[in-house]
Design a protein around this ligand. Structure first.
Ligand SMILES: [Zn+2]
Length: 572
């Protein structure tokens, strides 16, 4: 058996499962194939280990049954692989599977623990097999948690129980007068167990098509937040995944993901959003010369700078003559805060939220915490709140500040008041500071992207270009460039050398110069802070050989023997 991961979206992935001569795209249903329930034509199937033909999954029937030999060209699951207490000493299976899947359905704590243990070490390379749980409305969450193969047992059990399965929940077959489906079984007009089973198969396969599409688009999380509404257990599973498996999810969450709608309570705890807030607290330092914090509301249009309202704020700040020492920070849900210089960085320009003008208690607490942290950690000399209707979560916690936005923050009176307040403040640029604001802004962004190494990247550098395309220049050469599409800095080889010298964001290879892209087989070591989508230095013994974009998380780069690890942009 061979399993190759093709596309990744957090822990979810699409892959090719090759058993014998047969290839199947995952996530997939493994259809039980028996005399009573023959599997549909041409699908991945599973049967008893003695009967499993080439290219299928063979399952040993009972925990007491040892010794039955499976075919070499089938993928076999033996009692020991299910951690049966009667059968321990076996070679590890090619598949990874829980010992008691059915108990995971009703124990969210056990479920998230299992996901965490299955995704440790080289476990991430094995296809994760799920028995009994794969009802259509659960498939999105299970795929999101990294399951790849689902047996058809729950689809058969549902047909036996008269349950008509849909992607948004389970209906009682006999009570549905007009079947909400036009699959051949439903459209036939006949009603019976056989039609119900065929419908259930069809519904699960359709849902998997949508899941594979969502993974390819990097948008599975939105589908999950939608599907879990069908069952409180699923909501509980996702919330616990976010609380207890944040670290695991964050390791796999791309640094630049697809745009998304943050439309549910669970959106607040998406791993990429929580990472934004935690990374601010861990890495963020304001542009050094700024002295006045100006808090402003977000805009529907992204990046915010392109919106009418933000252009007016900008004009009001410029008119005061104090723009160089004003630090604009946007207060927004679900990110909390977006410092102006980070507004292109994912997900700051990639989210949409429903805006009602009212903050719920979770959003309010999050905004309060973030503003408190910002004011306490960054040492501003003055704080201005220009938030209008959004002032409530912020003004309640600030002690010493000026509110310049009575009424709408975009009104002429509010904007004039903002200009006047800034102009009348006695604050001026600190004497002795020799850097330019544009360099300070870039340094702040690079520190957010690369941690401390971002300081080294911008040390003594200049910047040039027209926003959002800004080059970093140092030692007479280009070190990197900010682009609007990525929202982050793409390194050149000399820039990558500065990052590598600081000991981070590096992929260590053997002594060769990559031709084309770097494959996992050539990777010796990868810095633990690398996330998919990060710019990385490809290094041998401190010497930068190439620079490119990470396509795998560090663990996968190190354990995997195949697949593109780094998409190379420049060879040094
Ligand atoms: Zn149907």
């Amino acid at each position: 058996m061979r399993f190759e991961i093709i596309e990744r979206d957090g822990l979810a992935r699409t892959g090719i499962l090759e058993i014998g001569d047969l290839r199947h795209t995952t996530p997939a249903i493994a259809f039980v194939n028996s005399r009573k329930y023959p599997a549909p034509e041409g699908v991945l199937s599973t049967s008893t280990i003695e009967e499993a033909p080439a290219g299928t999954i063979g399952v040993a029937r009972s925990e007491f049954e040892g010794g039955s030999e499976g075919r070499a060209d089938a993928a076999n699951i033996r009692p020991g692989h299910r951690r049966s207490p009667y059968c321990r000493d076996e070679e590890p299976s090619d598949l990874s599977l829980p010992d008691s899947a059915s108990s995971l359905a009703l124990d969210s704590g056990k479920f998230v623990q299992f996901v965490s243990s299955a995704k440790q070490g080289d476990g991430i390379l094995k296809p994760l097999y799920c028995t009994v749980l794969g009802l259509p409305h659960r498939l999105a969450l299970l795929s999101y948690c990294g399951f790849d193969i689902f047996d058809s047992i729950p689809l058969i059990m549902a047909a036996e129980n008269g349950s008509y399965l849909t992607s948004s929940g389970v209906l009682e077959y006999d009570s549905v007068k007009d079947l909400p489906c036009s699959c051949p079984a439903c459209a036939s007009g006949a009603r019976g167990k056989e039609q119900l089973l065929r419908h259930n198969y069809n519904e699960a396969q359709n849902e998997l098509k949508l899941i594979r599409h969502s993974i390819a688009q990097g948008r599975l999380r939105e589908l999950v937040e939608n599907r879990i509404r069908a069952d409180p257990w699923l909501v509980q599973d996702l919330r616990l995944m976010d609380l207890e498996n944040y670290g695991l999810q964050e390791l796999h969450a791309p640094i630049k993901g697809a745009p998304f709608h943050a439309g549910s309570k669970e959106s607040l705890s998406r791993p990429d959003i929580v990472r934004w807030r935690r990374r601010l607290e861990k890495r963020y330092v304001k542009p050094l010369g700024t002295r006045i914090l100006l808090l402003i509301p977000c805009s529907a249009r992204k990046p915010y700078s392109m919106s009418q309202s933000h252009m007016r704020f900008r004009q009001a700040v410029l008119a005061s003559g104090k723009a160089d020492i004003v630090h604009e920070v946007i207060v927004t849900s679900p990110l909390g805060l977006v410092p102006r210089e980070l507004e292109l960085f994912y997900p700051a320009q990639d989210y949409d939220i429903p805006v009602t003008g009212h903050w719920d208690s979770d959003e309010k607490r999050m905004a309060e915490d973030m503003v408190s942290w910002l004011v306490e950690s960054q040492g501003y000399d003055m704080v201005i709140s220009h938030l209008g209707d959004e002032r409530e979560p912020v003004n309640s916690i600030l002690k010493d500040f000026v509110d310049t936005s009575e009424g709408r923050p975009g009104s002429a009176e509010s904007l004039e008041r903002l200009t006047r307040t800034l102009a009348e403040s006695a604050l001026e640029p600190k004497s002795g500071t020799k850097t330019y604001r544009s360099v300070e802004d870039m340094t702040s962004l690079c520190r957010f992207q690369f941690g401390e190494a971002g300081n080294a990247l911008c040390e003594g550098a200049k910047v040039a270009g027209r926003w959002p395309y800004i080059k970093i220049l140092g030692d007479g050469e280009q070190l990197g460039m900010l682009t609007g599409e990525r929202g982050m800095v793409s390194l050149t080889a000399p820039g990558a050398q500065r990052i590598a010298d600081a000991g981070t964001y590096s992929v260590e290879i053997e002594d060769f110069v990559p031709k084309g892209n770097l494959f996992a087989v050539g990777v010796e070591h990868a810095s633990p802070e690398i996330r998919i989508g990060d710019d990385v230095a490809v290094v041998h013994s401190g010497d930068v050989r190439a620079v490119g974009v990470a396509r795998m998380c560090p663990a996968e780069m190190e354990f995997s023997e195949r697949g593109e690890a780094v998409h190379i942009r420049h060879v040094a």
